[in-house]
Design a binder for this molecule. Structure first.
Ligand code: NAD
Length: 254
């Protein structure tokens, strides 16, 4: 069977999470050696275990992407163990500043949003670019969100995810001549265990129903919807696509 990522080495950050796990499993099923990375070591090992039990190959490396030195160490470890890196999917992230009026923006939570979502992505791409330029090949996929278009009560999260889009386009312009593509994903609401747990079953169900009612395709996204799009962007099928943001939104906000 033709596999779309045979012999590729792929780093997935946030690999213990709902979307990151789906991406790691999907890439491994397509033949990639997947480096699963997350701040959550046990969750990351669980992802690796699932991946290996399904016949895939990979390893787990813990890293806190809010610390530059940990990102640098992660890339050094990959270079030592595997000698190359073909694809990077920067997924680690999340909203650190829950819905608030603009007057309520809290400096520490706003900074955490920028550090966790935007700066981590920039720093990971910086390390990836070093390796990929030497190789003359690379695929980078960054996790934005549909809120990159703006959201009336997620100010700093929207700013971070919008920043990822601007950074993605800038990097695509700069790295294209080295055979490196850089794209971003912008999902609407995705059903992940962390979300359901944080909201509680009842509030989650209200949110899910409300969104499903508004999205033209009549449901919220699954982690696999996002993983398949990441796979496409990392594969040769997307060889001539760069600097794009793909909305995985069921038609939300058209
Ligand atoms: N779920 C959604 O509706 C949705 C929609 C759009 C975008 N996103 C984005 O998708 C990404 C994945 O989110 P998810 O929905 O799978 O949630 P999740 O909470 O299941 O996954 C996030 C993962 O990031 C990891 N992480 C958090 N801080 C980290 C750090 N400092 N260093 C390394 N890893 C860290 C967590 O441990 C977790 O495994 C995030 O960037 C999120 O902003 C999610």
């Amino acid at each position: 069977m033709l596999m779309r990522l045979s012999d590729r080495v792929a780093l997935v950050t946030g690999a213990a999470g709902g979307i990151g796990r789906a991406v790691a499993l999907c890439f491994a099923a397509e033949g990639a050696v997947v480096i699963c990375s997350d701040i959550n070591d046990s969750g990351c090992s669980e992802t690796l275990d699932l991946l290996e039990r399904a016949g895939g190959k990979g390893c787990a490396l813990q890293a806190d992407v809010m610390h530059e030195e940990e990102i640098e160490l992660l890339y050094r470890q990959i270079a030592d163990r595997l000698g190359k890196i073909d694809c990077v999917v920067n997924i680690a992230g999340g909203d650190c500043e829950p819905a608030a009026d603009v007057e309520d923006i809290d400096y520490a939570r706003m900074s955490a949003n920028l550090d966790l979502n935007l700066k981590s992505c920039i720093l990971s791409c910086k390390e990836a670019a070093r390796v990929m330029k030497r190789q003359g090949f690379g695929r980078i996929v960054n996790m934005s969100s549909l809120v990159y278009r703006g959201s009336p009560n997620q100010f700093s999260y929207a700013a971070a995810k919008g920043g990822i889009y601007a950074f993605t386009r800038s990097l695509a312009m700069s790295l294209g001549r080295y055979g490196i593509t850089v794209n971003a994903l912008a999902p609407a609401l995705v059903e992940v265990p962390a979300f359901v747990k944080a909201l509680g079953a009842e509030r989650w169900e209200m949110l899910r129903k409300d969104c499903a009612g508004r999205y033209p395709l009549g449901r919220v996204a699954t982690p696999d919807d996002v993983a398949r799009c990441a796979l496409f962007l990392a594969s040769d099928d997307a060889a001539f696509i760069t600097g794009q943001i793909i909305e995985i939104s069921g038609g939300a906000r058209l």
